[in-house]
Design a protein around this ligand. Structure first.
Ligand code: AMP
Length: 222
C-alpha cells in the first residue's frame, strides 16, 4: 500500500499517519520531519532549510525531491509507506508519479477555525516527533512525551505568524493537487472536525476497512 496523505497543516494527518503506520506495518514518511532533521545539521543547506521553514514557505523543489528519493528507495519502503507532506505542488506530484505508483490518496479536511486552534495548541516531541495538543490530546505528564520520555516543544512554525502564512501557502499551491488526484481516481475524503483523540479508534477502523476495499467511502464521525 503506497499511501499519500493530503490536507492542510494542523488537520490531523500526522497524528493519523503515526497510528496507521503501526496498524498497517508500513513506515510513515513525513517530509517536514526529513527537513527538520536536515535543518538540525550546521551546514549551509541545513541553515537555508531552517530559514525557509521558519518563515512558513516551501523548501526548494530540487532539495526536497532529492531528500525524498533517498528516503523512499530505502529497504523499509519496499512493501509500502505513508507519505505525509509531499507533494506540496504539481511539479512535485509529476515527479512522484515517475518514481512510484501511489495506490490511495487520503484528503484530510477540517474547518479553518478548528485547524488554527489545533496548530496553536500543538506540541511535538523533540526526539520521536510524536504529536500532542495542549487542549484535546494532552500527554500523560505535562511537557513530556508518553512514548520516549523526551521534552515536548512548540514548533517555531506553529506560532501564529507562521501558521497564517502556511495556511495561505497550502491554499495557493497544494489545493490544485486535490483536483489532480481526483482526476487520477485516487482521492478519498477524511473529515475530522471532532477532537482527534476522541474519534481516533473509530476513524482508524474505517480507514483500514476502506483500504482493504470493504467500504467505498470514509464517513465523517460526528
Ligand atoms: P509539515 O511538517 O508538513 O507541516 O512541514 C513543515 C514545513 O516543511 C513546511 O511549512 C515547509 O516549509 C517544509 N516542507 C515540508 N514538506 C515540504 C515539501 N514537500 N516541499 C517543500 N517544503 C516542504
Amino acid at each position: 500500500m503506497k499511501l499519500l496523505f493530503l490536507g492542510s497543516p494542523g488537520v490531523g494527518k500526522g497524528t493519523y499517519a503515526q497510528v496507521l503506520m503501526e496498524v498497517l506495518e508500513i513506515p510513515h514518511i513525513s517530509t517536514g520531519d526529513l527537513l527538520r532533521e536536515e535543518a538540525k545539521r550546521d551546514t549551509p543547506l541545513g541553515n537555508e532549510i531552517k530559514k525557509v521553514m521558519e518563515k512558513g514557505e516551501l523548501v526548494d523543489d530540487h532539495v526536497m525531491l532529492k531528500l525524498l528519493e533517498n528516503r523512499i528507495t530505502e529497504d523499509d519502503c519496499k512493501n509500502g509507506f505513508i507519505l505525509d507532506g509531499f507533494p506540496r505542488n504539481l511539479v512535485q506530484a509529476g515527479y512522484l508519479k515517475k518514481l512510484v505508483d501511489i495506490t490511495h490518496v487520503l484528503n484530510f479536511k477540517a474547518d479553518d477555525k478548528i485547524i488554527i486552534q489545533r496548530l496553536s495548541g500543538r506540541i511535538t516531541c523533540r526526539k520521536c516527533s510524536a504529536i500532542y495538543n495542549k487542549v484535546g490530546n494532552k500527554p500523560k505528564v505535562e511537557g513530556v512525551c508518553d512514548k520516549c520520555g523526551t521534552e515536548l516543544f512548540q514548533r517555531k512554525d506553529d506560532k501564529p505568524e507562521s501558521v497564517k502564512k502556511r495556511l495561505e501557502v497550502y491554499k495557493e499551491k497544494t489545493k490544485p493537487l486535490i483536483d489532480y488526484y481526483s482526476d487520477e481516481g485516487l482521492l478519498v475524503e477524511v473529515v475530522i472536525n471532532k477532537n482527534i483523540s476522541e474519534i481516533k479508534d473509530k476513524l482508524v477502523s474505517q480507514i483500514k476497512a476502506f483500504l482493504e476495499g470493504k467500504i467505498d467511502e470514509i464517513e465523517e464521525i460526528k
